[in-house]
Design a protein around this ligand. Structure first.
Ligand code: AMP
Length: 380
């Protein structure tokens, strides 16, 4: 099978690596250069998208902010999985909120802001603190503002008004004003759905963010009631989109209730631990789903964790001397804050995992991994 991935970043690369043993060849469409490349070495395979579409059996995506004309061209070939509608929904918080409300899925109280009048209305209906998020092109905490006290209202409104004014008129922007949720923790579920409607989900993952970006994910055997609640929501969302492939849902956990924060119609950073903690990783299961092959086991085979490597391209070699530590570099040019790689760690039980995780965190340069040691020590 030949799969074309829209987007040529680390997710396409990890799909290519996972596809090799199955004889699935993966090419990637680089949305920057508009060329089709080999995601493992970025060598150009085709100079334009049309040749890539013709050559592929299946087309899929590694991110949701893809030009709508490109999506339409791929969909017209009949090869695009998931659908352009599912991809667009993940890239527009208005559509995402609509999907959640159409399927009775709990999420934070919110309002849509497009002008001063709707901003004032949102301020009157929501309680402080409030978070404002751009409907389009927002990810990893970008395009966001927070109002914690009444004295910030005017300044933040000015920032939002400037942002709305500067938006491309061909892509109408809006802001989602959302009640800040006093969550106990953030968790996510990565699951997979086939065209026949069958689904499987990996265990819930606990996620720790630093400065709005994922820093550590922990996959431990979790509370079955919570797992069932998340799996039920996963099915509602995936069925609501008639989804094919891997889909991730991020939640706020408040007591025993899960509120959806956002959905990602693709393989997800919080599912990278599946490369070592499950029989079949999220990348392979995504390929299996879009190629209509039987899905692989998604159970946790051993407690596992993932630590993101941001902005640096070397690490002390000694980390590899810790048992069950796996390094995954993405082969990217270094840039401050850029996702450069990740480290997976596993243990045969929770105690062993944390022993290894703490040993790892102590070897990582603390300035490049803020909060990692304190977080894993507190969770041990
Ligand atoms: P997002 O881009 O929507 O995932 O937001 C980035 C981060 O901001 C999340 O991972 C949360 O830590 C925080 N956040 C976003 N929305 C809310 C909310 N409604 N209540 C509390 N924290 C939030």
């Amino acid at each position: 099978m030949k799969v074309l991935v829209l987007g040529a970043g680390q997710l396409a690369r990890m799909m290519a690596l996972a596809g090799k043993p199955l004889n699935i060849s993966v090419k990637a469409y680089d949305v920057g250069s508009l060329q089709v490349v080999d995601p493992l070495n970025t060598r150009v395979v085709y100079g334009d998208l049309s040749a890539g579409i013709n050559d592929a059996d299946v087309i899929t995506a590694e991110f949701e902010h893809i030009d709508h004309q490109v999506l339409a061209q791929c969909e017209a070939s009949g090869k695009l999985k998931p659908s352009s509608n599912a991809i667009k929904t993940g890239g527009d918080r208005r559509l995402e909120k609509q999907l959640l409300s159409n399927n009775n899925v709990a999420n934070a109280k919110h309002a849509i802001v497009t002008c001063k009048q709707s901003f004032d209305k949102a301020m009157a209906t929501l309680e402080l603190p409030i978070i404002f998020k751009s409907a389009l092109e927002g990810y990893d905490g970008k395009g966001q503002w927070r109002i914690k006290s009444a004295d910030q209202v005017e300044t933040i409104w000015q920032d939002i008004a400037d942002f709305l004014k500067s938006a491309n008129p061909e892509k109408p922007q809006a802001i989602i004003a959302e009640q800040m949720v006093p969550f106990d923790r953030e968790v996510s579920m990565v699951g997979v759905r086939k065209a026949d409607g069958s689904t499987l989900a990996y265990p819930l993952t606990e996620n720790h963010h630093t400065n709005g970006v994922l820093s550590v994910s922990l996959a431990l055997a979790s509370n079955q009631t919570l797992q069932n609640q998340a799996a039920e929501i996963f099915d509602k969302v995936a069925n609501g989109l008639n989804y094919v492939g891997v889909l991730a849902i991020e939640f706020f956990q408040v007591g025993e209730q899960l509120l959806v924060n956002e959905i990602a119609p693709r393989v997800h950073n919080s599912g990278h631990w599946t490369q070592q903690g499950a029989d079949v990783c999220q990348f392979e299961n995504h390929l299996r789903a879009v190629c209509d092959l039987p899905l692989g086991n998604t159970e946790l085979i051993r407690p596992s964790a993932m630590v993101n490597v941001l902005g640096i391209d070397t690490l002390p070699d000694e980390i590899l001397s810790i048992p069950s530590v796996s390094m995954h570099w993405y082969g990217k040019t270094q840039r401050a804050g850029r996702k450069m790689g990740h480290i997976n760690v596993s243990g045969s039980n929770k105690e062993e995992l944390f022993e290894r995780l703490i040993a790892l965190a102590k070897l990582l340069p603390s300035q490049d991994f803020p909060e990692v040691l304190s977080y894993v020590t507190a969770k041990a």
